[in-house]
Every structure is written in structure tokens, then in C-alpha cells.
Design a protein around this ligand. Sequence first.
Ligand code: SF4
Length: 473
Amino acid sequence: MTRLDDDHFHDECGLFGIFGHPEAARLTYLGLYALQHRGQESAGIVCSDGTGLRLEKGLGLVADFFDDAKLESLTGDRAMGHVRYSTAGPSVALNAQPIVIDCHRGPIALGHNGNLVNADLLRQELESAGSIFQSTSDTEVILHLYARSHREKLEDAIAASLTKVRGAFSLLFMTKDALVAARDPWGFRPLVIGQLEGATIVCSETCALDLIDADYVREVEPGEMVVIDRQGLRSFRPFPPEQPRQCIFEHVYFARPDSQIFGRNVLVSRLALGRQLAHEAPADADIVVPVPDSGIGAALGYSQESGLPYQWGLIRNHYVGRTFIEPRQSIRSFGVKVKLNPVRSILQGKRVVLIDDSIVRGTTMRKIVRMVREAGAREVHVRISSPPTTGPCYYGIDTPLKSELIAANEPVDEIRRHIEADSLAYLSHEGLLAAVGDPDGARHCTACFSGRYPVPVSTSEDQLKLFAEARRG
Ligand code: SF4
């Protein structure tokens, strides 16, 4: 099996929970289906009819893993589910979520989108105090902390465990009586509340609400914890307030363009990113071509602002997974060709502005530039709708180490030479913030571009390698 390197940062998880609907598990299945872009390697749903928890989880896409029989067995009016992207390795199945434990308080399930920066330390402490972990995931730390809490009420025990962890978390807990959602004080990852026929929903993105015709109510605010049970919805503020630092990359790439993220439509942001890019980095060219799908929104915006026609010069095969079997004799650029095919009659003789959201290692972009040129383009001018990615993410996004990030190690002109483009330009940091409606940079995390990490992390490369290996199991 060959792994397809699409050279992007990847979101690691999507969440969907519902309380008070007779079709809870099936609606959760549909919600996860809409959130599949946030994680493709494992899926799970836990449900309850008020007597206990029932879990089904495993590897694969939501539609592949769940069949009618599995969904039929998930009875009850409350359910929550999780999709997960993960790095390769034997830990993939073990780390599928929701994670369910049974402790002195009864069974509880947890799904997590984010990453805890002090999980390793807490895990060491818990293990030396006798805790036995079932996975390598940082999420399990939260459940061990919860199980050790002496607080009587559910919300107090959850809050007590969450005040010990640091980093990014959008979380869903489920017991047989309640659904609890919590978002870290910085609000790194999205989490929204919706309603359907008297049932309350909490999920990662509004596109999941749209699919099931639910109404969007509001976000779970940064630093907020909500408890949903037979009494209704109660809101708590268990953490000291922080300056919000919502992930700007959700707008650039991760979230679906039809979602409202942090109170703003993602496609509107991507169009604005493209317009700003055209303003900052015009090109003497004939057509604008996106790298599909990641560059589409920004390419439309670039076309609108520059007046250059938008053209569908690269066609993406939407049915490829993350791996494929190569023929015995390898063909040059085969990996990219599985996913993208150039349209010669569009590209022939043209000066092309090629738009994508980011360049991570640079290997894939070089193959795409070559492909466009081999299809007859006269010039290829690459424009990127975000600043150079110079640092990894420690807040729930799968990223390579800093040493593997081309922009962390090479100046822009060297990257241009590496990807074999006629010209290369990135969006400025100021342009990025302006395009998402936050010109002062008061609400967003931009650490992978700026190096300003809102929650301190160790930047020792050795420690990070150990961390990455541990996650790979
Ligand atoms: S470091 Fe980058 S990807 Fe990670 S939360 Fe911040 S902006 Fe998002």
C-alpha cells in the first residue's frame, strides 16, 4: 500500500452528540457523515436509553463501518459519536473514540477534538499512582482524572478534571443520564449547539446540523461547559477566562465551506482570502486554477478581484482514500495522478495562477506544478492563501515536525525554486487576519504562521519526536 501524501495539515476529529430524540443513533450517524472531512480513519457511536451505555466503534469511514444492524442495536434517545483522523500505526484501532470507561460513578463516554499539551506529564503522574491506560491517546487522561475526582456532581467532577489539563479541547461526555460539552478557554476548536424537534445537539460544525434539518442555536463559548439532561441545558464557566484563540486554519482549510465557524461562514472567509491574495500578489497571467478542493474558495476570490477567468484546470478524483496499491513499476508523479488530473485543453499555452491554501513539505506542490506544465501551461505562478507555515500545531492538528516544514527552513525564493514555479507568493499575516474579520488578531490562533503559541509547549525537537512516536503507538 502506498500512502497518498496530500501535503496538508489535517484536522484530527469531529464530534456529534444529541439528547432527547428517539432516533438519536441514526441522527448521530448522519451528523458524523457530514463531519467525515474532520477524520477518516475511525468512527464510533455510543448511545443510551437511560440504563447503560452501548458502544460501536471501529476503523474506516462512517458509511463503511456502520451498517443497519449496528445502528439498530444502538437504541435510546441520547447518543454521541466521533470521527478521527490519526497518524499511521498499530494504535489506530486502540485510539478510536468515543472512549468508554466504567468507574465508581458508573459508565461514561468521552470524545475529544483537540490536543492536550500536558497529557504526557499527567499520564506519568497517573500511571505512577496506579492508573492503567487502554490507549496511547491523550484523551484518556481526562477520564482517569474524572474517575479519581471525589466531587459528587457530574459537572463538578468533569470540571475538576478539566482544570488540570492544558491545551485544546472541544469535548463531549456522555453518561446514561446526561450529555456534557466543554470547550477550552481559548476556544481552539469549534463546537456548536443546535436543536431538532425538542432534542439538543452539540457538534463540531454547522454542516452536521444542516444535513438533519436542525436549527443552529449558538456556539459553545470558549471556556464554557454545558450539561444537557432531562432538566434542559445548564451552562457553567469552570475555567479562568483567557483571550480567545480560535484556530484560523479552520477558515483557511479544515472546516467545510458551508459551515459557520466561530460565527462566520467559511466560504465567505475563503473568498476574502483569495481577494486579499490577488490584491497583495497580482500575477501577469491568463487564468486562475485552484488545486481542488483545498484551493477552490481562494481561487474564486482571486479571480473575482483580479478579473482573470477562473478555470477548472485540474480535476480531482473524489473517491480516492488515503492509500492505494501501486503497479510494480512505479510511474513518475503517480501518487498525485491518482488524485488529480490536468485538463490539457484548458491549460495549453496559458499563463496559470495556481492557487492552494498552504504548502507543507513542498513535495506535492512540485508534482502539481510539473503536472500543470506538462499539460502545456506556459507559466505557472503559485499563490498561497495563507502565510508560510513555519511551525507545527500542538492544538489538535496533525502536522509534521518543524524540521520537515519547508517554510520553516527555506526562504520563499528557495521554495519557489524547489516547487519549480515561475513565481510564488503567500498571503501576508495581516491579510490573513483581515480576511477572516479579525484585523487586530484579537480572537485567533495563528501560531503555525507566527510562532506565537498561546498555550506554552515544549519546542524541543527530541521531545516532539518522542511525542509523535508515542502517538503512532
Ligand atoms: S497552530 Fe495553526 S493549526 Fe494549530 S490551532 Fe493554531 S492556527 Fe490552528
